[in-house]
Design a protein around this ligand. Structure first.
Ligand code: SF4
Ligand code: FES
Length: 259
């Protein structure tokens, strides 16, 4: 079985003055993931090593860490694709709970500030489905990027979050776009106000780190650019609101509701 040298960052805030790296050699299988290397450490020299995981198939987002300087889902990253030396650290921009486990509160607080829940318009019948066909005008406006799994990799990689922790960050803004462009949602104006605010989309300097590390292939930078354009158009159109309908659609414009 191949041997790999693994350096892990250890830190218990209650008892350690500062973080340290511990380095060990472990044996892993040919198709071992980075997460498997962490299990090997736990079974061997570091039985008390703390880290998060759940699904182990790249779906839940809980195993994201910084591996050799880059955010990765450790369950979906093969050791053989990285090399024989691994340096594993917790996600950046978040407080460490212990070792490789971080406190995700700041990440989800930013998410909550963008009002991430869908709120249906009052004029829609709540007992009726309003599907939006992909080929329709509304469908083309919707965010067509893959589904986010809330792993935090983009938040960790974002330099603007490092500089200003109040900045909403890539994942929250990506979610905001998917609701802003949904014609069935009623809180478009409030969402755009948040997006146009001091801690919103205009903080983004289009560095693109978020898209580079996203395990789902999402480009939050692209969503943020769209949000900036929509926020500017919204501000410019406000004096003329009586001529511009809010989401340019009404219930009648949807395709025939499902029975
Ligand atoms: S946008 Fe990508 S990197 Fe960011 S939380 Fe979602 S899945 Fe993770
Ligand atoms: S453990 Fe769920 S994504 Fe890795």
């Amino acid at each position: 079985m191949p041997k790999v040298t693994v350096s892990v960052r250890r830190f218990t805030p209650e008892s350690d003055a500062k973080p340290r790296f511990e380095t060990h050699e472990v044996e892993v299988g040919d198709r071992a993931s980075v997460l498997d290397a962490l299990f090997a450490l736990q079974r061997g020299p570091c039985p008390d090593l703390a880290f998060r995981f759940s699904c182990r198939v790249g779906m839940c987002g809980s195993c994201a860490m910084v591996v050799n300087g880059r955010e990765q889902l450790t369950c979906s990253t093969l050791v053989k694709n990285i090399g024989t030396t691994l340096k594993i650290e917790p996600l950046r921009n978040l407080p460490v709970v212990r070792d490789l486990a971080v406190d995700l509160k700041p990440f989800f607080n930013s998410y909550n500030r963008t009002m991430p829940a869908f709120v249906p318009r009052a004029d829609l019948d709540h007992n009726t489905f309003y599907p939006i066909p992909h080929a329709s005008k509304e469908g083309r406006r919707l965010n067509d990027q893959p589904q986010c799994i809330d792993c935090g990799a983009c938040y960790s990689s974002c330099t603007l979050v490092t500089l200003n922790p109040r900045y909403a960050g890539p994942m929250a803004l990506n979610r905001a776009l998917s609701l802003v462009v949904d014609p069935r949602d009623s809180r478009r104006a409030e969402r755009l106000n948040m997006v146009a605010g001091e801690d919103g989309a205009f903080r983004c300097h289009t560095l693109g780190n978020c898209g580079d590390v996203c395990p789902r292939g999402i480009s939050p930078t692209h969503s943020i650019e769209r949000l900036k354009r929509l926020a500017v158009l919204d501000q410019l159109s406000r004096p003329f609101k009586k001529w511009f309908s809010q989401a340019a659609c009404s219930a009648e414009k949807f395709s025939k509701p499902l029975p």
